[in-house]
Design a protein around this ligand. Structure first.
Ligand SMILES: NC(=O)c1ccc[n+]([C@@H]2O[C@H](COP(=O)([O-])OP(=O)(O)OC[C@H]3O[C@@H](n4cnc5c(N)ncnc54)[C@H](O)[C@@H]3O)[C@@H](O)[C@H]2O)c1
Length: 272
């Protein structure tokens, strides 16, 4: 336990384990994009720890994450690492195929890959806008399309998209990112409405300020950290495992009547 009882550094993320357990998920199979590091890598690890098999996709790092998890966790699910670019529909087809070849089924799809660029609004280069939408928006659409085409032939499933507090609370110099995450929220509603009759639940998680490589520079700059924490009522950084808690719930049977929801995991940031 590091926080909130960490007196020396009370703003630090609490990365202590969570106790949640949904035994009905043992033996199921999840595809997680952007699993070569950060939250995606933690999702793959924690799912495997709880008996769920995982196809970890990323541009880089996924095979290494898989190897590490499989070495660490010998009595849980297994992880296969697969190179896949979420901006290419064929990349998603490859992830689905890997799940079917390795495990014989795919039940869950987590559209987690994302990029977080920065530029003043008037300076946003066209290529930044294009790449941000390609990864954060098109990548989510393509992943959900591949997942839904498969799931509707196999009795249903659950899709979880990674949105962000940035989709509702604007921060300066992040227009491309903010708007891409607003699109993810809205797409989650669109998919939930359209895929419900196929027994496919589609939800999103909207993290706030979470302790990963993506936000390392903020934690390393005391002024930026102060500014960031001034918009967090719990006044500390979130840990990837705290986001995993929401993901695991959304995949479980306990969430079987929940679709189209966006669960904030943000220490209250959406309210400031
Ligand atoms: N860290 C935060 O504070 C925070 C807050 C809100 C939302 N999010 C969202 O959560 C998700 C995970 O964030 P993170 O903090 O773990 O980020 P991260 O940068 O640590 O990891 C993102 C991963 O996505 C991968 N990726 C990028 N482009 C890709 C592509 N074209 N194809 C496949 N993979 C690609 C990267 O290689 C990387 O491994 C992202 O969607 C991010 O926008 C993060």
């Amino acid at each position: 336990m590091t926080a909130p009882n960490d007196q020396a550094n009370p703003t630090r993320a609490d990365d202590s384990p969570i106790a949640a357990s949904y035994p009905e998920l043992v033996g199921k199979v999840a595809v997680v994009t952007g699993a070569g590091r950060g939250m995606g890598a933690v999702f793959a690890t924690e799912l495997a720890r709880r008996g769920i098999n995982v196809v970890a996709g990323d541009l880089t790092g996924a095979p290494e994450v898989a190897e590490q998890v499989n070495r660490q966790i010998t009595d849980g699910g297994r992880v296969v690492g697969h190179r896949a670019d979420v901006t290419d529909p064929a990349g998603h087809d490859g992830l689905l195929r890997a799940g079917l070849d390795e495990f014989g089924r795919v039940d869950f799809w987590v559209n987690n890959a994302g990029i977080f660029p920065q530029a003043e609004f008037t300076e946003i280069p066209p290529e930044q806008l294009t790449s941000t939408y390609q990864v954060n928006v098109n990548g989510v659409v393509y992943g959900a399309q591949t997942a839904a085409r498969h799931m509707r032939e196999h009795g249903g499933g659950a899709i979880v998209n990674m949105a962000s507090v940035a989709g509702v609370r604007v921060r300066a110099t992040r227009a491309a990112y903010n708007s891409s995450k607003a699109a993810v929220r809205h797409l989650t509603s669109c998919m939930a409405v359209e895929l419900g009759s196929d027994n496919i639940r589609v939800n999103a998680i909207a993290p706030g300020f979470v302790d990963t490589e993506m936000t390392r520079w903020v934690r390393e700059d005391p002024a930026a950290l102060d500014r960031a924490l001034s918009t967090v009522p719990l006044h500390r950084v979130g840990a990837p495992i705290e986001v995993f808690g929401a993901l695991y719930f959304l995949l479980s049977d306990s969430a079987r009547y929940i679709t189209g929801a966006v669960i904030p995991v943000d220490g209250g940031s959406q309210h400031i």
